[in-house]
Design a protein around this ligand. Structure first.
Ligand SMILES: Cc1cc2nc3c(=O)[nH]c(=O)nc-3n(C[C@H](O)[C@H](O)[C@H](O)COP(=O)(O)O)c2cc1C
Length: 183
């Protein structure tokens, strides 16, 4: 199995990256092939709704997303990692998800249909409700794309960079989620 981890936080080695890595670590231990992509390292521009990608043509933006489409198509599982930013995902993650319009046409939809997805979300508030709009948005988007959101890992109460390292139980949960994806 191939597991692709997407880190949507701009903060390098921050809580999201550590959390996504715990899931990938579990998958690696179980024998899966893993890769992590930090969206902040890439140039991904906004979808402007031209729908060129629905006419069998590549996205006119011609940016790093074109390489990611291939990685998504080649993966069995996508781990979406984003902190809560104003009750939603980061801007990086939203731009990334907007570009999934590419998969929303008959020519391309088979590339993601049935693919498993995991959502991993650290955030400052201790109230789980804070993450609800973000989780709802992902759940509805995955349903719409006929992807299978198999797990949502929420880690409330983490603020400072790397603070999640103290949350051994949550990182262990991530590891265990990853071990479900073996060879
Ligand atoms: C612009 C911005 C907006 C944020 N909005 C929220 C929020 O609405 N609710 C919340 O609980 N935490 C919020 N946070 C805190 C982050 O979710 C938290 O610090 C998280 O652990 C950061 O993860 P990272 O280290 O991967 O970037 C916000 C942080 C920033 C920088």
């Amino acid at each position: 199995m191939k597991v692709l981890g997407i880190v949507g936080s701009p903060r390098k080695n921050g809580n999201t990256q550590i959390l996504v890595n715990s899931i990938l670590e579990g998958a690696r231990q179980a024998g899966a092939e893993t890769e992590m992509v930090r969206l902040a390292d890439l140039k991904i521009r906004e979808c402007d709704g031209c729908h060129s990608c629905w006419k069998g043509r590549p996205c006119v933006k011609d940016d790093d997303m074109n390489g990611i489409y291939d990685k998504i198509a080649a993966s069995d599982v996508i781990v979406f990692g984003t902190p809560v930013y104003w009750f939603g995902p980061t801007g990086l993650m939203k731009l990334f998800l907007d570009r999934f319009v590419y998969f929303n046409c008959p020519e391309n939809q088979a590339m993601v249909q049935g693919k498993k997805a995991i959502l991993a979300v650290p955030f400052e508030d201790t109230d789980l409700e804070t993450a609800r709009p973000l989780v709802d948005m992902f759940r509805k988007s995955m349903d719409y794309l006929k992807m299978d959101l198999v797990d949502v890992l929420l880690v409330p109460g983490v603020t400072r960079k790397g603070e999640i390292k103290n949350r051994k139980e949550d990182l262990e949960k991530g590891f265990v989620i990853g071990t479900c994806f073996s060879r």
